[in-house]
Design a protein around this ligand. Sequence first.
Ligand code: CAA
Length: 412
Amino acid sequence: MSVGIEQLAVYVPPYVLSLDALAAARGVPAEKFREGLGVREMAIAPPCEDVVTLAASAGARALRASRIDPGDIGMLLVATETGVDHAKPVSIFVHELLGIGRQCRVYELKHACYAGTAALMSAADWVRAGGTRPRRALVIAADIARYAIGSPGEPTQGAGAVAMVVGREPGSLVLGEESGTYAGNVYDFWRPLGRREAMVDGKYSVECYLEALAGAFTAYRALERPALGADEPLSARLARFLYHTPFPKMAVKAHRRLLELDWRATAARAAGETDRLEEAMVASHRDAVAPGLEAVARVGNTYTASLYLCLAALLEREGSRLAGQRLGLFSYGSGCCAEFFTGLVPTGVAVQAGVAELLRERTAIDIEAYERLVREGDAGGEPPPGFTGEFVFQGVRDERREYARFAPALAA
Ligand code: CAA
């Protein structure tokens, strides 16, 4: 049975900060961010948005694009590491805002940047377990990445959400049934209760990511069907590679490690063609990785949504060219858990995830405005002019968060 992503839609908040401006403000050469990290801009949420409104705006777009009745959603999963309450899940606010029916399994998932994949896999298994019953799930990955002002992580912030309708008519991506997984307790990135900004052991986190990639990819190679021949690299069967991308240079490092592992696993190549590896890596990155990184370089890290932002932007840009081909996807969540899996782009794929349009419509803010937003926190309030979201966080009253649908006609 084919199970996978029927439709996907993206939402990114309306403010954008140029990383050249951030570099100038921090006294860092612009090339360090542009070349060293591969980032150009980062998305910033206004005070009237939090992770609930980001998730709900992406979810509303996905439901409209797939033309399904919200009442047909039997499972709603929201993956985030930017939770708004220690007990009440983000997903139940989203459930109400989207008008999803009562007969629905609703919960929030957290495992750093891995939770979006945990949600997608849980939803796919639930659809498969339903046999011929027409089960449909809505999976939303949403996050706001925050690091301290002036810290090395600061240029890798971002915000956004990706919503995916998961079911038995996967018009966007057919999920492979095998996954290579890897887990281990590491302190590479964390956010103690009560802290707004993440803590991170930056260089160590890069090592942990690459080690987890090695573990998950090696596990997957053994599960690939039909089984790989002794001299056959898995990479030759995959047209594109998408990685969890905290910053685009991380995907460059990840792809290099993956190709090394893949080549070393093929006895004849490892012996005879090692000298060609460097050349092959450059070409493979250019053709099979770089096309999926443009959006993320302009949005920044969206933590658990990051891999799926890359997927949505890639399918929107060149889905029909990729029809009939397989993609390799790698998900990493600090702490850590990782998964390598594959998906087939079906014929007839037509993804309009909204990425290009949202990036065009954003409002540029300067460093003063950015730092003011950080200082003021997510207090809630009125949407700014040109607001593209569909829901507004109004604020906290009596320790309760209040949300409303945004009606531009009323605001004008
Ligand atoms: N021109 C061009 N490149 C330059 C440069 C210049 N003038 N100056 C420096 N660079 C390059 C460096 O050579 C380096 O490149 P390589 O890694 O290829 O060697 C790169 O810019 C980064 O510079 P630094 O080595 O000085 O590192 P940094 O202090 O800027 O920190 C970081 C980088 C550790 C990634 C930091 O941004 C950080 O802590 N980020 C948050 C953590 C993170 O994203 N970790 C990723 C793995 S964990 C994960 O994936 C989960 C998650 O989402 C958080």
